[in-house]
Structure formats: structure tokens, C-alpha cells
Design a protein around this ligand. Sequence first.
Ligand code: ADP
Length: 429
Amino acid sequence: MNRDLKLYLALTALLALALAGGGVLYLSGEARRQQEGIRRWREIRGEYMATLAQNVQGTLKDAKYLPTRTKALTNLRADRAERVKGIFLWKRGEGVTWQDGVSDAVRDAFPTNARWHAVGTTSLSAPRGWTAPVSNNADIAVAWARLGGGEVAALEVDLRDNLTGSNPGNLFKVGFSIIALLFMILLFFLWQLVRAAQLARMESDRKTTFIDNLSHELKIPLAVVRMKTERLLAGKVTDPQKLQAAYQSIADENGEVIRQVDDLLDLVRTGKGTRRYARGVFDLNLVAHEAATALRDRFPPDGLGVKLADGDVRVNADPDAVRQIIRNLLDNAAKYAAAKGRVDIEVAHAGGWARVTVADRGDGIPPDQRERIFERFYRIDNDLTRTTGGTGIGLCLARCFARDLGGDVTVAARPGGGSIFTLELPEET
Ligand code: ADP
């Protein structure tokens, strides 16, 4: 299990425990308090509203004309002015027309902090200066009285003034919000956990495939070495030319095994940051030419074009590492693209940079995988890689080396089809 996964697992477990424990404690205590509080709240509010409604009705029921009503409301205000926070006037019924002046007159009769509302009915458009329909806010009590002519007057009283403490409903909302927030954080950690697990799984799958591929890569040359050695030991090869060819083949296959093992050691060292480089100033033309010559027989005749730069392209780098980078790019071009067209390697000066490009006419690399092919063990999943040997560490090493040496290896689509891999290193002036 990797470190991220462990961390997320621990954090998620901790948070889940805290959330569960805290939630149970809070909710059980709170639920009791809520029940009691709400019951009490309803009781008080009910009583209060009943009294209020009676008062309003009593005061207003005979009011027929606007001035009288206004006066009655004014009396109410005098009675409990500071508790009256707003007033509703609601008119309905056939044949009754609303006069705008009513709202103004009534509003004038109340303190400036009174809030005004149109009580919800679709048949009534709110008078000037009135706001939207009544909310269900539990802190506000509304008492209303039906008047003659289909009009209704109502008082809104802010009950918070009449109760000690705050509305338990609000407390519940706060508690619930905190729990919801913690729950969302928990979900976030869970999501991270799932992601980390997926990544760990992918990494482990890639390692398994890598070991599988590596075993093949090592087994084939070792099998050739064993077969040739057995024939030599059995004295089956006597012709001096054939003997020479057999020794050469053994040496080549042995070299292949050593190369694979070296790659593995490099992978470990670059991963730990302990890869050492033997730097020196050299001409990149020479190293590129050398690599192209060494791999020429991997390409069809005329299948590899080499173009060197004018004059020396001097770099201060490790020639072995640079050779390995270029050989890997050429090796890939031979494996994945040489059958489709000519491959061109070119060395050039590029504004302070020394540049080697390897351009092929293969199937190219899908845009979303152009970075991924530089990850260790990553191989594009297609018919070509399934039938071509490889371990998926060549480009990873190439990029690591290049970056350690102050440059980079990148890939782009080649105009007209194929890929173009570029190695850049700072040019020595
Ligand atoms: P390997 O060749 O051992 O699989 P590399 O790290 O060298 O590993 O390359 C990673 C992958 O990038 C290859 O498996 C292949 O899918 C893709 N690739 C590399 N070079 C080319 C190329 N020239 N054309 C198409 N695909 C390529």
C-alpha cells in the first residue's frame, strides 16, 4: 500500500469515527432538547397568536373606513409598538377595489422599522412598497383579521422578542449544517481514497505486466545463448566461419541481457536520485552518428536517413547517457515505425540548444498518451506493442537522463503522419 493511500485511509477512518461519535452524541442530546424546545415554542407561539388575533379582530372588526382602521391600528401600535414588526393588508372578494392610499396610510401609522408584506394570493398584486409573500420563518408570528368588504388586516410579530433564548429550530439547523459539512469532507476523503486505491491498483498492474515483459526480454537472449553454447560444447560447429558467427551471436545476446539489467539498475538509481553522470564536453554529431551506425541494421535498406549539423554541436553532458537516449529513440522508431516509412535522425543547433530529432512515419501517438509514454512501465495498449517486445522503461529513462543533464525529451505529431521525438540539451558556446 503506498503512502498516500495509507494517509487517506487513516484520515478517512479518523474523520468517520469522529463524525459518527460526535454525530450520535450531538443528535441524541440535541434531539431531546429539540423536542422539548419545539413543544414549548409551539405552546407559547400558539397562545400568543391566539391573543393577538383576538385583539386585532376585536379592534378592527367594525372598522369600515380607512381613517378608522388606521386609527385602530395606531392604537395597536401604541399598545405594543415595539413588538409589531410589520403589517399585512390583504384584500379579496368581488367588487372591492384597492386604493393605493390604504397601504401608505397604514404604513405611515407604524414605526419605520415595520416590515411590509403582501400576503400570498395570486389575485392580488402587491401594493407599492410592499415586499414578497410571507415566509415560513418560525420566528415570526402572523395574526390576521378578516374585515368587512373582504379585506384582511394582519399583524406580524417577531416572537424572538417574547421568548427567552433562540429558536431551537435554528440551533438544529446549525448542528445539521456542521454535520453536513463534516459529511462532505468525509465524502471528499472517501473519493481521494478510492482514487488512491485505483492508482495503486494501476501501478501494481503495470508492475506485474512489466515483470512479465522483462522476463520475456531476458529469456529470449538467454535461450539463444544456451542453445548456441550447447551446440558449441557438443562440437557440432566446426567450420571456423560458423564458429566465429556463433561466438558473435553469444556475445550480442549477452550484450542484450546486460543492457536490460543496466536499464533496470538505471531505473532504480534515477528513482532514488543516485544515478551518477560522467560529464564531459563532446560533439553531439559524433554520438548521434555512432548510435545511428550501431542500429542501422535494425532498419530496411535506405530506411534510416541521417543528417548532421554544420560544425560541432558541443554539449557538456554524459556521452554514455546521451548515447543511450538516442539509441532508445532509434530503437523505438525501428520497432514501432520503420515498417511504415523512412526514419530521419537529424542533429541541429537550435538557438542555444543542441537538438537531436528522430522523426518517423509510424501510426503516431494519440495526443492523450504523449506524456504518459514517458511514465515508467507505460506502454500504449495496441496490437503493435502486444506483438513487439519492450518493458516500457526506455522513454522514462531517456527523459530522466535528459532532465538530469539540463535538457528534455519530448514528442509531437509529425506533419503528414508519424511522430517526432526531440532531445534537447544546452549547447556549449
Ligand atoms: P518500450 O519500447 O520498451 O515499450 P518505451 O518507454 O521506449 O518502452 O516506450 C513506451 C511506449 O511508447 C511504447 O511501448 C510504445 O507504445 C510507445 N512508443 C515509443 N516510441 C514510439 C514510436 N516511435 N511510435 C509509436 N509509439 C511509440
